[in-house]
Design a protein around this ligand. Structure first.
Ligand SMILES: *[C@@H]1O[C@H](CO)[C@@H](O)[C@H](O)[C@H]1NC(C)=O
Ligand SMILES: *[C@@H]1O[C@H](CO)[C@@H](O)[C@H](O)[C@H]1NC(C)=O
Length: 805
């Protein structure tokens, strides 16, 4: 087809240009290719050509086209490269002449060389390097080198393509000279941090067929710009630190990163706290971001700290973060005990659960370190009660007794539950005030005191004493004599009590013979309000004094009449003439009587029994003895000093009354008959009395004998032996004394059966022998007839002595 087109062109040229022919051939035709049939086109004969020695004339050194005379055609002699030949000039043509000789003539031939796309666009450099900052603005341009294509026209550079087009687009500017300026325009910002190097390929294409292209590498190195601020890994950091940690302890470490490079990415940490205190506590390492402690950290001052940290790069970009530091408590605070209110004195009758003291506990620590338990150290009648959180009240737990404990030192110990536990304590001193709750108490449950009769009035007898366990006024005891009567007389007329001292005074002089003992009550009362009191019974026993002389009952001393005992002249030695009977209203030794012969007509004839007062003959009566005998018997008691009485006993030694009468008429000049009668009556009475006494002695002996027998049978190992004073144990007398002593012995021994029996028997005997008791006297008389036995006095005496043994 190309060949045909060329031919057609040739024809057209021939037809329009005379003497001139032009051809058009594409470049790069192989050697020998036909350019044109010049002979034909010029209308020349091959012969002419040969003869004319037709040749090509050109000024150029190179001959691209040769003339084949034989064929009359122009052939390609040498490969024609349009680009070499004409460069960019168009149209590109070879101009030469075909010269003929004989005749000389020439023809101009123009061979136009047409371009074929045999060159691809070429960039001068295979690679273009740019170093641009990532901060380059959008729209910034980078001028690129153009590609060159030796081909012309449509085969020249036709267009460009840039790949990839992420960041840049191509922009072509048509210059006035027809060339194009290629620019690369930033349409999307660069980010070094994403892509530090961008590699682009710029492709230039021509418009030939087939299309050819050339490429160039564009390498863009993105330079860092400080477009990234440092960034903390967390907006908020949390850390804990235990309080009291030493300085230099690393609390936390913060980290920020900066995507930038170099100094743009070099981070410096600092603290930007507003609160000064925290600034003094913490420090951040400029480079590492380690936060360390530089001050004393105290949980109780602040439980947490908030630090603002700043990370900045050298370019001045910053980021901030918060560091929250929780302080962990350690048990470094003792519980504090605050006494909110307290009572120093409490009454002993305070009810259980009375609040004594209110305590508030405070422990600055938290949790278990601040949980406080309080307790009382000693066992005291108090208890601690928790009302609400950390408020304790000390209350009474049981009844108080000032008499038991008048003061308490209550130690309250509070300890927290930390490990180790810390504790503190406080001691409260509480006084117990007195309440009159104790009555006075006498030292003894009853008192017995003795006072000797005939005392001086006002004599202090003895002292009662009561003590009161209370205090002060409540313990001030006064003694009061309780009203009562003794034998119908108010007791206050007998004794008085000193209210302060309890001394009992006798108000009057006592007479044992009138009153032997009496009882009364003394009240001890304290000074409390109301007062308390207690009673005690006091028994005063009056002791006998020998203030009564013996009284002679027989023989009766009459004023006028004469009484005489008769003794027959035949009487044996030891004949019982009579018995002097005397009593003493005193008791005990004071009533123990002894009889002595004081004066006698004939001292050798009579004797008086020392204890029994029996008047006996001591020798045979002779005829020489006077009928009328006069004896003076003195009866003495055993008191100190002893008292005595004397009695005159008249004895008639005669065998018959007339004898007696004749003798005694000397004494009695008047009323002889009457006197004799009186004498006989008295004599009869004496005999009766003697018999009575004998009977009594017999009865007593029998009773004592029986009692002793029963004792032997009973045969206990009781050491109860009737006690007789040694002076009297061997006496044969029937005096009252031994019996009275028996009575005493019984009272002082144990209250056993046998003793009591004995005591009763003794007391009966005493009653019997008590001459002052009229009732007993009657009983004696009534018993007299029953007990009247014809025993001789000697036999009776033997029995008596036996019973005493
Ligand atoms: C209480 O303590 C005080 C002072 O230490 C002391 O004098 C007193 O005897 C104590 N009282 C008791 C009952 O322990
Ligand atoms: C004291 O004795 C009186 C009379 O004897 C009696 O009324 C009173 O109740 C007694 N008081 C006491 C505390 O025993």
């Amino acid at each position: 087809m190309k060949r045909l087109a060329v031919l057609f062109f040739c024809v057209a040229s021939v037809s329009s240009v005379i003497g001139q022919v032009s051809y058009s051939i594409p470049e790069e035709m192989p050697k020998g290719s036909l350019v044109g049939n010049i002979a034909q086109d010029l209308g020349l004969q091959i012969k002419r050509l040969i003869t004319g020695k037709a040749r090509i004339y050109t000024r150029d050194s190179d001959e691209y086209v040769e003339l084949n005379r034989d064929r009359g055609v122009l052939l390609v002699k040498e490969r024609i490269d349009r680009e070499t030949l004409c460069r960019q000039t168009t149209p590109c043509a070879l101009h030469f002449q075909v010269i003929l000789e004989n005749p000389m003539e020439f023809y101009s031939v123009t061979v136009q060389i047409t371009d074929i796309n045999d060159n691809s666009p070429i960039f001068k450099k295979a690679e273009m390097n740019f170093k641009i900052s990532e901060s380059m603005m959008i729209g910034a341009k980078l001028v690129l080198e153009r590609a060159v294509d030796p081909d012309v026209g449509i085969n020249g550079v036709h267009g460009y393509e840039l790949k990839p087009t992420d960041n840049f687009v191509l922009k072509l500017h048509n210059n006035a000279d027809g060339n194009k300026n290629i620019e690369m325009v930033l349409q999307k910002p660069l980010d070094r941090e994403k892509q530090e190097q961008i590699s682009l390929v710029l492709t230039a294409v021509d418009g030939g067929e087939p299309q050819m292209s050339g490429t160039m590498q564009i390498i863009i190195t993105v330079l860092d710009a400080n477009d990234n601020a440092p960034v903390f890994t967390q907006p908020t950091y949390k850390a804990t630190v235990t309080e009291n940690s030493p300085k230099g302890t690393v609390v936390a470490s913060v980290t920020a990163s900066d995507a930038d490079q170099g100094s743009n990415g070099k981070i410096t940490y600092s603290i930007t706290n507003a609160i000064d205190d925290d600034k003094k506590l913490f420090e951040v390492n400029k480079e590492t971001g380690e936060v360390t402690l530089i001050g004393d950290i105290d949980f109780e001052t602040s439980r947490n700290h908030q630090i603002h940290l700043l990370a900045s790069d050298d370019g001045g970009l910053t980021d901030s973060c918060k560091l929250l530091i929780d302080v962990q408590d350690i048990n470094d605070n003792n519980p504090e005990i605050n006494i909110m209110s307290k009572t120093n004195v409490i009454s002993e009758d305070a009810k259980v659960n009375t609040v004594v003291t209110m305590i508030n506990i405070e422990d600055k620590d938290t949790g278990e370190n601040g949980r406080v338990q309080c307790s009382l150290r000693e066992s005291v009648p108090f208890a601690l009660k928790t009302s609400t959180n950390n408020f304790f009240s000390l209350v009474t737990d049981s009844d108080l007794d000032r008499e038991g404990a008048s003061e308490y030192n209550i130690t309250v110990t509070c300890s927290d539950e930390g490990l180790p536990s810390l504790s503190s304590s406080v001691t409260l001193t509480l006084q117990i005030s007195d309440v009159n709750d104790n009555p006075p108490v006498f030292e003894r449950s009853s008192y017995e005191a003795y006072i000797v009769e005939n005392n001086t009035p006002g004599l202090s007898i003895f002292t009662v004493k009561a003590t009161d366990a209370d205090w002060n006024q409540n313990a001030r005891v006064s003694y009061i004599l309780e009203d009562s009567s003794v034998n119908g007389v108010p007791v206050s007329s007998y004794v008085s009590v000193s209210a302060d001292s309890g001394v009992i005074h006798a108000v009057r002089s006592f007479d044992y013979e009138q009153i032997k003992d009496f009882k009364f009550c003394i009240k001890a009362q304290d000074g409390g309000s109301p007062p308390l009191s207690s009673n005690v019974t006091v028994k005063i026993m009056i002791q006998d004094q020998n203030d009564n002389a013996p009284q002679v009952l027989y023989p009766v001393q009459t004023g006028g009449s004469l009484v005489a005992e008769m003794v027959p002249r035949s009487a044996d030695v030891g004949y019982l003439v009579t018995k002097v009977v005397a009593v003493d209203v005193d008791s005990g030794q004071n009533a123990w009587l002894s009889y002595k012969l004081q004066k006698a007509t004939d001292r050798a004839l009579f004797e008086v029994g020392l204890q029994n007062g029996e008047v006996r003959t001591i020798r045979q009566v002779t005829d020489k003895d006077a009928v009328k005998q006069r004896l003076t018997v003195i009866v003495e008691d055993n008191g100190q000093p002893s008292r005595s009485a004397t009695v005159i006993v008249n004895v008639a030694v005669a065998d018959s009354f007339p004898e007696v009468l004749s003798e005694f008429t000397d004494f009695t000049h008047d009323k002889e008959y009457n006197e004799n009668l009186t004498f006989y009556l008295v004599l009869a009475l004496a005999v009766v009395s003697f018999l009575f006494i004998t009977c009594v002695v017999v009865i007593i002996s029998v009773k004592i004998y029986r009692w002793r027998q029963s004792r032997i049978l009973y045969h206990s190992n009781l050491p109860v032996i009737p006690y007789y004073p040694p002076r009297y144990s061997d006496t044969l007398g029937t005096g009252t004394l031994p019996h009275v002593y028996n009575y005493e012995v019984c009272r002082t021994t144990d209250s056993r059966k046998s003793d009591c029996k004995f005591g009763r028997a003794g007391s009966q005997n005493v009653l019997i022998m008590d001459p002052s008791s009229t009732g007993t006297m009657q009983r004696i008389q009534s018993e007299k007839s029953i007990l009247d036995e014809p025993d001789s006095p000697l036999e009776v005496r033997n029995k008596l002595s036996f019973s005493h043994l």
